[in-house]
Design a protein around this ligand. Structure first.
Ligand code: PEP
Ligand code: MG
Length: 573
């Protein structure tokens, strides 16, 4: 059986099937609207008290950041639009609170469901969680209590609300399996921060198991073994031990330098999509932020963010990072990142279309607002600017010209900023990689965006499942473009980083290091592992093999060669 691994680790234990008592809501007319409103208010008070308790437990067990989920629940419970929505229904329709809650919840869910964003959609569960809590209190239904379960329990459920997960005693629960949910659902986020292995999306499991059944779950790859043999249990116990040892080794990388066995130092940074993500970078000992995708400021709004709003966001980010570098990428709209209110016409080939710097140069007002905000924030930290999707020198020059204009405007307005702010580009179009020597003369740094570079080099839409087998970071042409970019950057005396997913790919880190990559920016969770790999790599030894690697005929040849000649000896964590 298989699902999606959403929190790493291996869990071996006995099943506790968690069947939340079903809440059946019926509609009826109430006698007194006033009494019904009082009944609702007291349920709200009780719900608030329960959420407060869960919040306090989550603070201790999962951490401040994760506990915020329940802070959001409290906010939702106080949201006048939601509460008034329920009360209005009671007042105008004379119906019971439970039914009115159903109606108000449906309305909110419909609004969220229309938003094309996994994160926002994930919040639908929070709304349901709060609403069901209220209904349960009103109906007097007791929920299953997680506080007295036995050590080594694996909870199997159709779905778990974040508030259920937060109540779990992490010393007792060895794993969580659900039929629903995904990586970004709050339940998975909580499971990760509580260090409980979890697997989601296992269709039909609740009806196939009973309390006390033995189960093994693999949170790395989503594997589930029901009623395993003794041998199976032994094998997984070994895997679990191995994983725990490796985890300890990674912990040992905290606070260490990112330096190869033969003494070459690089920088390991994190990619972020929101300001909150900086906490993850810091928790994982990142040395800075190599890519701040600023689209979030535009996506979670229904209008363009003002200069002031952006300035505050960038300033907060810079302050959180202290003097660690923060590379802010200017708006990378288009492609798969749609911002409805910008009214970008529907295109047949959006990835090759009106996107990123092309859109910004065509809308200098929007672009300069962002540039001014970044510049103003630059006096509060170590900020650098990066332009996405540059394809020609003309575009780069035009972007820099607008940056200079933004600087002049700020000077006239008497604003402070870093006059010498570093300016770089993402190298994500093959033409730029090939021609990188010329670009390197006009920028302070490169950051190779392999997510796009691979799709453009191999003509493979990065989001198309049908052809995903062709999307291959080991392709000799991709590696050759990366090598060219690094060499050309160095010839012109600039540093070269990488912020595409490839930078955190453990199988390729030794090669990228040997190529001379100066900075690796990745998903924050991969930072400690990358440091471990770097500290176990002899850069010059791999460098001696580089010519051979780059001349291997196929992607598979390269992947196999790396495995057989480098990775096999490295005790990759
Ligand atoms: C990239 O293309 O590699 C990159 C980091 O940018 P994004 O994934 O945001 O397109
Ligand atoms: Mg990109």
């Amino acid at each position: 059986m298989k699902g999606r691994g959403t929190s790493n680790g291996i869990g071996i234990g006995r099943i506790l099937v968690y069947n939340q008592p079903e809440i059946k809501i019926s509609k009826y007319n109430i006698k007194s609207k006033n009494e019904e409103l009082i009944r609702l208010d007291s349920a709200i008070d009780k719900a608030m008290e329960e959420i407060d308790n869960i919040y306090n437990k989550a603070l201790v067990d999962a951490g401040t950041k994760e506990a915020e989920i329940f802070f959001a629940h409290k906010m939702f419970l106080e949201d006048p639009e939601y509460i008034m929505g329920i009360k209005d229904k009671i007042k105008t329709d004379g119906i019971n609170s439970e039914w009115a809650i159903d109606q108000a919840t449906e309305y909110f869910i419909a609004v969220f469901e229309d938003i094309e964003d996994d994160y926002i959609r994930g919040r639908i569960n929070d709304i349901k969680d709060v609403s069901e809590r209220l209904q349960r209190i009103l109906l007097g239904i007791e929920f299953k209590d997680f506080s007295n379960i036995k050590k080594g329990t694996i909870i199997v459920a159709k779905d778990l609300a974040p508030s259920d997960t937060a109540q779990i005693n992490k010393e007792m629960v060895a794993g969580i399996v659900t039929e629903k949910g995904g990586r970004t659902s709050h339940t998975s986020i909580l499971a990760r921060s509580m260090n409980i292995p979890s697997v989601c999306g296992v269709a039909g499991i609740v009806d196939m198991v009973k309390d006390g059944d033995c189960i093994i779950i693999n949170g790395f790859n989503g594997e589930i073994v029901l009623n395993p043999t003794e041998d199976g249990v032994l094998q997984y116990k070994r895997k679990k031990k191995d994983y725990e040892m490796k985890k300890q080794k990674l912990e040992g990388m905290r606070g260490a330098k990112s330096i190869s066995k033969d003494g070459f130092t690089v920088e390991l940074a994190g990619n972020i999509g929101t300001i909150d993500d900086i906490d993850k970078v810091i928790e994982n000992d990142g040395e800075g932020v190599g890519l701040f995708r600023t689209e979030f400021l535009y996506l979670y709004n229904n209008k363009l963010p003002t200069e002031e709003e952006q300035f505050n966001a960038y300033k907060t980010a810079a302050a959180k990072l202290g003097n660690r570098p923060l590379i802010i990428r200017t708006l990378d709209v288009g492609g798969d990142k749609e911002i409805p209110y910008l009214n970008i016409p529907h295109e047949l080939n959006p990835f090759l279309g009106y996107r990123a710097i092309r859109y910004c140069l065509d809308n200098p007002g929007i672009f300069k607002t962002q540039l001014r905000a970044i510049l103003r924030a630059s006096s509060y930290g170590n900020i650098k600017i990066m332009f996405p999707m540059i394809s020609s020198l003309e575009e780069l020059r035009e972007s820099k010209k607008l940056l200079e204009e933004a600087k002049s405007e700020l000077k006239i307005g008497g604003f402070k900023f870093n006059e010498y702010i570093e300016v770089g580009i993402m190298v994500e179009i093959p033409a730029v990689a090939i021609h990188s020597r010329q670009f390197a003369k006009e920028v302070d740094f490169f950051s190779i965006g392999t997510n796009d570079l691979i799709q453009y080099t191999l003509a493979v839409d990065r989001g198309n499942q049908e052809i995903s087998y062709l999307y291959n970071q080991f392709h000799p042409a991709v590696l050759s473009l990366i090598m060219t970019t690094i060499e050309n950057g160095h010839k012109e005396g600039i540093w070269v980083g990488m912020c595409g997913e490839m930078a955190g790919d453990e199988r390729l880190i030794p090669v990228l290091l040997a190529m001379g990559l100066d900075e690796f920016s990745m998903n924050p969770w991969s930072i400690l592992k990358a440091r471990y790999i770097i500290s176990n790599t002899n850069r010059d030894e791999v460098r001696a093999k580089l010519d051979h690697i780059l001349n291997l005929p196929t992607a598979r040849d390269i992947e196999e060669y790396l495995h057989e000649n480098i990775l096999k000896y490295m005790d990759i964590v």
